[in-house]
Design a protein. Structure first.
Length: 591
């Protein structure tokens, strides 16, 4: 072993130890590794920053923007609300939730798909009287399996594709992963439909800020405009449009208020309705009844695309400047540029117009305004954001454009017309140009620490190849695999990647393991494609810990999970992935 090889191994070893230690952020660890490689001479100055211009970084960053725009389209949310009202049994609910998040994760970033589905899962758990713990971990594992289906489903697939291009001159295409990914997803989802019984059923979520502040029904008001679907119908019919989840607490007609409203009262154009209910019910009433929510008309004066207008839920603190005042008296929109859509006060039934309601400490407000202004305005007004809740009332965006752009990008790459980097970079730009996502939100959607880590680690991992380190590891693994059949060698690589990824970022795992897998395959006289697929599967299937992947971390609090709960369900699933994945890979990618 040469001095350069020893230095390269030492740097990677210390880097992995720092990743596992977890006290230093992973992007900082990657930058330290790059700096150490420069000082040690294993990476030349000319090659130090080539990683930041690598297609991997462009594809991952662009895919994050595209995923965020698709998530914000509102179409998926609308479909989920329809499903929530119709699914009643635990088995069907779990199948739909896990199956949907698995398929979505093949198109958008898996943590984004999981975040979109979690509100529906929590609502189903509440209605069914079940613990959220029975739903959320299977959904998290399903999102990881779904990421295996397409090139952009998860970062490891993109990196493996680029490694194959570097090694063989031919990258993996968009749906080259599909035969193996779909097979593993089908087997994994079927397993989860039975194995959820291994999970504890008595866990309750960690209390969130939104639960600590008791939120009862919201009070709001809506105008019946000309041509409204509610005009000419009764109050009872409007309540039916919202599936009975709202009440009409008052009606203002011709400037006169009726505090008692009967079910058979006919709604007229120009009426102002005082409504009470949860956000989902209010949203359906406003959308299906063709109503104009109070304050929502002010958004049209902002001359901004829908993607730049946000809705946030905030609680009035004891020091808030709004206490004792109404939105109308302080001219909230004229002075602050934000609108009050609704108010929730425990036990309070609205009897006054929304603009005249004097606010109190503890009131929960639904505010609408430019996304870049909302945080600053809330701080100046003494409001505390309930950031964990995602409400779209008054700002539903059911746009097909993001879906069409994503479909076009995937189609162009699948047909080989455009490289993946160009197609998804173009898709990200089009998302911004068409208003599907604002430039500010696009920048927020990009996980900059992840891109920095990738850019810094690419030359570090390449140093293992240029110094001959991967050849040494490949020869050692070949010695271990001596006498093993090809499926045994493939399983060895998959298990190695699966064992490392709970402690490293899965992208970092692939950057280190993929070149080793290629060398290992070459030493044994096999084609590299099957071994690269094994690395991608192993790195993408982190079912053993809550810390190895963001999806597992995301469900830990809401599901009330403990560290030991993950291997209860994850270990048998990992074994099943190896037993199913190895023969699947060999069938699709013969060596």
């Amino acid at each position: 072993m040469t001095v350069q090889q020893m230095l390269a191994f030492a740097i990677v070893g210390v880097m992995m130890a720092l990743f596992i230690w977890g006290r230093i952020r992973y992007d900082v660890v990657a930058m330290l590794a790059l700096l150490a490689s420069l000082l040690a001479g294993t990476v030349s100055p000319d090659e130090a920053f080539t990683g930041f211009g690598n297609d991997i970084v462009i594809i991952v960053g662009s895919a994050l923007v595209v995923s965020a725009a698709v998530s914000r389209s509102g179409i998926i949310d609308a479909a989920l609300r329809w499903l929530v009202r119709r699914l009643t049994t635990m088995g069907v609910q779990l199948l739909v939730l896990v199956g949907t998040v698995t398929l979505l994760s093949s198109l958008v970033k898996n943590i984004g798909a999981l975040a979109m589905m979690m509100p529906a899962a929590l609502k189903m758990a509440k209605k069914s009287g079940q613990s959220p713990s029975l739903y959320l971990m299977p959904m998290s594992f399903g999102s990881l399996l779904g990421g295996l289906i397409t090139l952009v489903g998860t970062s490891p697939n993109i990196i493996v594709s680029e490694v194959r291009q570097d090694m063989t001159g031919q990258p993996f295409r968009m749906f080259d992963f599909a035969p193996v990914g779909l097979g593993l997803s089908a087997v994994g989802v079927a397993f989860l439909m039975v194995a959820w019984r291994l999970l504890p059923s008595d866990r309750r979520a960690t209390a969130s800020l939104g639960e600590a502040v008791k939120i009862s029904d919201y009070n709001t008001e809506a105008t019946v405009p000309d041509g409204s679907a509610a005009a000419g119908r009764t109050i009872g019919a409007l309540i039916g449009m919202a599936d009975g989840e709202i009440t009409v607490t008052g009606l203002i007609r011709g400037g006169e208020r009726r505090k008692v409203v009967l079910f058979d009262t006919v709604i007229q154009e120009g009426d102002i309705l005082l409504l009470r209910g949860e956000p989902d019910g209010l949203e359906r009433a406003v959308a299906k009844g063709g109503l104009e929510l109070a304050g929502h008309d002010a958004a049209s004066k902002l001359d901004l695309p829908a993607s730049r207008i946000g809705v946030i839920e905030a609680v009035t603190t004891v020091t808030s400047a709004l206490i004792g005042k109404s939105a109308g008296s302080i001219r909230l929109f004229d002075e602050q540029g934000i609108s009050l859509l609704a108010v929730s006060r425990s036990g309070h039934r609205m009897t006054e117009r929304l603009s005249r309601t004097r606010l109190q400490a503890g009131d929960v407000l639904l505010l609408q305004g430019p996304v870049e202004l909302l945080p600053e305005r809330m701080r100046s007004l003494g409001l505390l954001p309930l950031a964990e809740r995602n409400l779209r009332i008054g700002s539903v965006r059911k746009e097909l454009m993001p879906i069409l752009i994503l479909a076009a990008a995937m189609g162009l790459t699948a047909a080989g017309i455009l490289p993946v980097a160009i197609a998804f970079f173009g898709a990200a730009v089009l998302m911004i140009v068409t208003g599907a996502i604002s430039p500010e939100l696009a920048y927020e959607a990009v996980e900059w620490p992840l891109l920095v880590m990738l850019g810094a680690l690419i030359p570090v991992s390449e140093a293992l190849q240029t110094t001959g380190g991967t050849d040494l590891i490949g020869a050692w693994l070949s010695g271990v695999a001596t006498g093993l059949p090809v499926w045994g060698a493939l399983a060895l690589i998959m298990v190695a990647a699966m064992a490392v990824t709970p402690f490293l970022n899965n992208a970092a795992t692939v950057l280190v393991m993929a070149p080793i897998a290629v060398t290992f395959a070459g030493t044994l006289g096999y084609a590299p494609e099957a071994f690269l697929m094994a690395v991608a599967v192993g790195a993408g299937c982190d079912f053993l810990t809550p810390i190895g992947h963001q999806c597992n971390t995301l469900v830990m609090g809401p599901g009330g999970y403990r560290f030991s709960d993950y291997p209860r369900l994850g270990l048998p699933l990992s074994v099943l992935v190896v037993l199913t994945g190895v023969p699947l890979i060999l069938m699709v990618w013969p060596v």
